[in-house]
Ligand binder design. Sequence first.
Ligand code: GTP
Ligand code: MG
Length: 303
Amino acid sequence: MTDETRAGFAAIIGAPNAGKSTLVNKLVGSKVSIVTHKVQTTRFPVRGVMMHGQSQVVLVDTPGIFAPKRRLDRAMVKSAWEGATDADAVVHLVDARHWTGHGDKSEDEAIIGRLQQLGARAILALNKIDLVERAGLLAATKALFDTGVYSDVLMISGLNGDGVDQLADLLASRMPVGPYLFPEDQAADIPSRLIAAEVTREKLMLRLHQEIPYQLTVETETWEQHGNGSVKIGQLIHVAREGHRSIILGKGGQTIKDVGTASRKELQDILGCPVHLFLRVKVSERWQDNRERFTAIGLDFDA
Ligand SMILES: Nc1nc2c(ncn2[C@@H]2O[C@H](COP(=O)(O)OP(=O)(O)OP(=O)(O)O)[C@@H](O)[C@H]2O)c(=O)[nH]1
Ligand SMILES: [Mg+2]
């Protein structure tokens, strides 16, 4: 036994919906990043802190990497690669279904191409193995490993935890020797206001369909701590069009009421105190062209 500690950064990159945020939450042991069944849920790098033996691994959950079209997409993808460039270890998380004949592997191929250019050595984690036949996994692993960009291969299920401990061991061993970067009891380094906005955005994504979730953003405007231990949070949902406002409100205000209830419940769990949540919807037609909205979440407006 030695007193030597290790600490560093591990970036989790991958195609949209590969399961990056699910995995980061599992490794950290609490929810630091929002998850939905939809693509492009994560919009900016979210850092979660995992303690493992004598190692502290700061996990960087990144937005999915895809061919970007809009300004927001470009900024998201750019921030994902930046997360990878500065890290001590990079995990390429791959949805195993896409390499066993179910789904499209072109986004992974593009990521591999970029890793090749960077001369990077990433850890391959084939994810969602709970959904595929074992037999197909071997061929998939070989095809991926033959690209030469991987140092290690693991098969995992971020959802049920299979293989996640092995990944934690590997990441812990790859961190450079040094003092911890964050207090040991800190799970995330994103401000409470931003976590609160993300939780509401998750509930909106789960509830709304098609393009609407992609054309809105949530901002925490007010945060008041009350003497009785409760907190009052006011949030503004920026939408792109008048029509979106009425959809978010729903008939008789039911949709926003449900979203508010779901978000408030989860915030109470996360914050460990009673929460009063007030949501407003505002038509901000050009929020996606607003530099401030990008800077507020650490994205590069000019990406
Ligand atoms: N069956 C199964 N589902 C999983 C697994 N990991 C993640 N999922 C599901 O996959 C979906 C996407 O998960 P996320 O964690 O949001 O994926 P992501 O890669 O962060 O997605 P983006 O932020 O949009 O790039 C969710 O419905 C998860 O529950 C897994 O190991 N097995
Ligand atoms: Mg995500």
